[in-house]
Design a protein around this ligand. Structure first.
Ligand code: ARG
Length: 463
């Protein structure tokens, strides 16, 4: 049984079971860089407020750098007795530089310290996530570039609906990812305030220049209420929510790839490098990468709900419940980066079976709306036109032909508004190009949207 930093008040030592139950070091070891970065900034602040001499500051700085190196090399590996990363760093620091190590915690509590470390972590992960989102967006643009003129049926209710450009379909995911990007970016802005100086809950009697510390750590602001500072985990929740929505989007793309990769559709050729085989059925090539992305939604949503539930009804200010924030955060942060990276690499090697897509526009009466729109332009009320085309479709089905196979005299049996020019609309390209409201699938418009999207990424990637 080891002596704890807080053991002064205790006459009995901690039960080994409690030590195991209470320790966060097995997972918060991951915050060591943030913890040391924060401690270096705090030491500087202490020196400026006169708590540390210049010489003491230097020793602390050197000591902290040494602890960091030892953690990196594995020369120092904390154990359960250290409880958490904050105490582990302090304990090792004190072993290295002596009692001076104990001065570092002046004017600070683990409550504002962990709030800082977590913010620094979320900040870093947010930047990395945004970077990966952009990279995936780029993969989508590359595919869209190649497939502006690839036409496939667009679906509603997973039933063939109207012909669209594949680039248009891919750009829909660009838009979703663009909103995901901005959700992470918004959270970054909002959470970019430094908690140090809040102390345990009420602030510190020491003269600490919070603004200067914030600046040194790259924060835009300081937090403005010490109670809120140590009990706020909104920024983690916002990150987990943004992660959940991102995964929801990725899972929709995943689902489409799984369906499109099926023999029934055959629209896409997923690279074998991202598929696996069956241990029993020799013929199988399974789309595991998109299936796993789809499946991992579960844990990412779960992490959000887990922390929302943990935070619910907690009285102010810090409560140990909040230590439960880290594992969901780490898990979601890792999961989304992995999913983004897998999709980006998989899409870079993905090709589409454009002939099959095109062939699928032949069945399914995808021009039916165009025929109804034609009648509307001949002054027939849309409801009536809809009914006429419904009858036409029935007729075609009975005779196993397509709408484009009907000659004028047959069409005129259903409505005398049909004229010679009807042949123009019985054409897939014309149908796609007819949809010229802004944001529609008209090829010239899609081309414009494609270059707009490229412009967004270009601007983002330029320094
Ligand atoms: N390991 C703790 C956590 O992650 C650090 C804060 C502990 N604070 C305290 N007063 N015990 O939440």
């Amino acid at each position: 049984m080891s002596k704890k930093a807080w053991s002064g008040r205790f006459s009995k030592s901690e039960h080994p079971l409690m030590e195991r139950f209470n320790a966060s070091i097995p997972f918060d070891i991951r915050l060591y860089q943030e913890d040391i970065q924060g401690s270096l900034a705090h030491a500087q602040t202490l020196a400026e407020s006169g708590i540390l001499s210049k010489n003491e500051l230097k020793k602390l700085q050197n000591g902290l750098e040494k602890v960091k190196k030892e953690l990196e090399s594995g020369d120092f590996s904390p154990n359960l007795a250290h409880e958490d990363i904050h105490m582990a760093v302090e304990a090792r620091l004190t072993e290295i530089i002596g009692p001076l190590g104990g001065k570092l915690h002046s004017g600070r509590s683990r409550n504002d310290q962990v709030a800082l470390d977590t913010r620094l972590f979320v900040r870093r992960q947010t930047l990395e996530t945004c970077h990966r989102i952009s990279a995936l967006q780029q993969s989508l643009l590359n595919l869209a570039d190649k497939n502006l003129n690839t036409i496939l049926p667009g679906y509603t209710h997973l039933q063939r609906a109207q012909p669209i450009s594949l680039a248009h379909h891919l750009l829909a995911y660009f838009e979703m990812l663009e909103r995901d990007f901005s959700r992470f970016a918004d959270n970054f802005e909002r959470m970019n305030a430094c908690p140090l100086g809040a102390g345990a809950l009420a602030g510190s009697p020491l003269k600490l220049d919070r603004e200067k510390t914030a600046q040194a750590l790259g924060f835009e602001d300081i937090t403005h209420n010490s109670l809120d500072t140590v009990s706020d985990r909104d920024f983690v929740l916002d990150f987990l929510f943004a992660a959940s929505t991102l995964m929801m989007h990725l899972s929709r793309l995943a689902e489409e790839l799984v369906i499109w990769n099926s023999q029934e559709f055959g629209f896409v050729n997923l690279p074998q490098e991202f598929c696996t085989g069956s241990s029993m059925m020799p013929q199988k090539v399974n789309p595991d990468a998109p299936e796993l992305v789809r499946g991992k939604c579960g844990r990412v949503y779960g992490n959000l709900v887990a922390l929302l539930t943990t935070m619910k009804a907690l009285p102010l200010a810090y409560n140990k419940d909040m230590q439960e924030d880290k594992e969901p955060l780490f898990d979601s942060a890792d999961t989304i980066l992995m999913c983004l990276e897998v999709f980006q690499n998989m899409l870079a090697q993905t090709s589409f079976n454009t002939e099959k897509m095109r062939a699928a526009t032949k069945d399914g009466f995808v021009l039916a709306t165009d025929v109804a729109d034609y009648l509307v332009q001949k002054n027939i009320p849309f409801r009536e036109a809809h009914a006429v085309v419904g009858q036409l479709v029935q007729h075609c089905q009975k005779n196993a032909i397509g709408l484009e196979d009907l000659d004028l005299s047959t069409l005129q049996r259903f409505s005398n508004a049909f004229k010679n020019d009807v042949s123009k609309i019985m054409n897939i390209e014309n149908s796609v190009n007819a949809r010229q409201t802004l944001g529609g699938t008209n090829l010239a418009l899609v081309k414009k949207e494609l270059s707009r999207a490229k412009g967004i990424l270009k601007k983002r990637n330029s320094p």
